[in-house]
Write a protein that binds this ligand. Structure first.
Ligand code: ATP
Length: 516
């Protein structure tokens, strides 16, 4: 039942995103292309605002973080050095009846999550029964039924972890069989063996006559930062600790692309590699964990929607890793990863390129290969989390419903829409005057079509924080009504006061100040 509701919610968000120019399926007139999407007129604005928020938080607020924009194509040896050619694989499994393909690890992780759901249900039931005096933590550690579910979860979890660490594909299949995991489409256990699948897209560079070279579309932006480490450090005269930030496209041939823009084959990442002294990495890891969570929470979407998920299975080069998860309609899901990557990448590039990649630390009077803390967030996933958290079908007192996007106001595609009450008596000209005054600082729209009520609804649906209505009184005293999106309250204010009123709510400065 809950599953159906979740799917319904996501479906509504997908169709809303399309109807209001946020996200379109790619190549739609040719029936689309799997897990590739285009951003429409409102989507691109929201996306740009997300990127601006991230970029400003990194580069404006930290004098020791600078940005770069490296090319998508890179020398193919880079992907050998980084380990992607040999190990950027997902274990896949097919169901012979439905012919559907799944990630074996995801099937098992979903099974583990079911035990957690059972525990949550027990706790919720008990909370209802015991009322205010209920101590959830105590209940979790003492109630026999909860303990039984937890023990089963841990057993499965340990088995799964061991199989993943040993790269034991046969054991992954055996887990799927032992736990009776069925294909959600066919409902059968008719599974193929588990196989490894490399996620990188390959293409050719140069004409065959010249002897073409196989190149990859980058599966992450980070390597562009690592291979430019010395360039930036030397030309920017950067001293450790310092960071390099980058926003750009990444490509992964995902086996199962589901859940709208959550898992795409072409997507965008915002990554920052922070270079530190060896031995200081865990201190910086803890610091960046907190800083990144603060960045998310500052948007005001609700602190309870975030949680950390520390990794059990660390990549061979990492010595700590965590995800920031967001509560999507389909459960808590990773939006950002924070990883302590040791000196693995720089050392590998030193080895494969034959060039010395070291930093001379004047304070220590010694050279070393820096350690790296990475923060890596998907723009599209962030976009989806914002859309999901903002979407509301609100029942109004008059019996109608309005669909409203409670977007963080600083990120809204349109900040204000100016509307003449009627299309005559000089009201349109006055409204245009106001647009012309505001448009240099804020994305504004002008709308004179349909009733005022309909125009308000249109703006609610794209998340515009302010609607400004020009009426006959405006011509007499230069005042307008300003309507607030979330409360729908209206107040009469002087035109001259509009910039200050809007700025208070949509200013990036105020948002960024929360981070320092
Ligand atoms: P997942 O486990 O969901 O596949 P990941 O752990 O492989 O993700 P990272 O390699 O850590 O992801 O990438 C960093 C961020 O890039 C993720 O937190 C996510 O926001 C984003 N990202 C990764 N893969 C995709 C994708 N296929 N579509 C959209 N965003 C993605």
């Amino acid at each position: 039942m809950a599953q159906v509701k979740q799917e319904e919610t996501l479906k509504k968000i997908v169709s809303h995103a399309k109807e209001y120019g946020f996200v379109f399926p790619s190549s739609e007139i040719y029936d689309g292309l799997g897990a590739v999407y285009d951003y429409g007129q409102n989507g691109v604005e929201l996306k740009n605002n997300i990127k601006r928020y991230w970029w400003s938080a990194m580069t404006l607020l930290h004098e020791n973080i600078v940005g770069i924009d490296s090319a998508i194509f890179m020398h193919p040896t880079i992907w050998k050095a980084s380990g992607h050619v040999d190990a950027f694989n997902d274990p896949l499994i097919d169901n012979r009846d439905s012919k559907k393909r799944y990630r074996a690890d995801v099937l098992i992780e979903d099974e583990i999550a079911k035990f957690d759901e059972k525990i949550d249900k027990e706790v919720a039931k008990a909370a209802k029964r015991f009322g205010d005096s209920f101590d959830a933590e105590l209940y979790k550690t003492t109630n026999p039924r909860v303990l039984e579910h937890a023990a089963k979860r841990d057993e499965l979890h340990n088995r799964f972890k061991a199989a993943m660490e040993a790269n034991d594909l046969a054991e992954l299949k055996q887990i799927i069989l032992d736990y009776g995991i069925v294909c959600p489409i066919s409902g059968t256990k008719n599974w193929t063996d588990v196989r490894q699948f490399n996620l990188m897209f390959k293409t050719e560079m140069g004409s065959t006559a010249d002897g073409s070279m196989n190149v990859y579309l980058r599966p992450e932006t980070a390597q562009g930062i690592f291979v430019n480490f010395l360039n930036v450090q030397k030309t920017g005269r950067m001293r450790i600790p310092f960071g390099i930030a980058q926003i750009g496209k990444a490509f992964r041939n995902e086996i199962v692309a589901r859940q709208f823009i959550f898992r795409m084959r072409e997507f965008e990442q915002m990554e920052m590699q922070f270079f530190v002294r060896p031995g200081e990495e865990l201190k910086w890891f803890a610091q960046w964990k907190e800083a990144r969570l603060k960045w998310h929470k500052a948007l005001g979407m609700g602190d309870e929607k975030y949680r950390f998920h520390d990794h059990d299975k660390l990549a061979h080069y990492a010595n700590a890793a965590t995800d920031i998860e967001f509560r999507m309609p389909f459960g808590f899901k990773e939006v950002e990863g924070i990883h302590s990557r040791t000196n693995f990448d720089l050392s590998q590039h030193e080895k494969y390129s034959g060039k010395k990649i070291q930093y001379f630390d004047p304070e220590l009077n010694q050279s070393y290969t820096p350690y790296v803390i990475e923060t890596s967030i998907g723009v599209d996933r962030m976009f989806l989390s914002i859309l999901c958290s903002s979407y509301e079908e609100q029942a109004l007192e008059n019996g109608e419903t309005r669909v409203v996007l409670h977007l963080p106001k600083q990120l809204a595609p349109v900040k204000a829409c100016v509307m003449p009450l009627v299309r005559k008596d000089g009201l349109p000209d006055k409204a245009r005057e106001i647009v012309n005054m505001l448009k240099f600082d804020y994305a504004c729209q002008y709308d004179e079509k349909d009733s005022i009520g309909k125009r308000y609804r249109r703006q609610d649906a794209v998340g515009t924080p302010f609607c400004i209505t020009v009426d006959h009184q405006t011509l007499e005293d230069n005042t307008v009504t300003i309507r607030h999106r979330d409360s729908m309250e209206q107040e009469r204010v002087a035109i001259a006061d509009l910039p200050a009123i809007i700025d208070k709510e949509v200013s990036f400065k105020e948002l960024l100040k929360k981070l320092v």
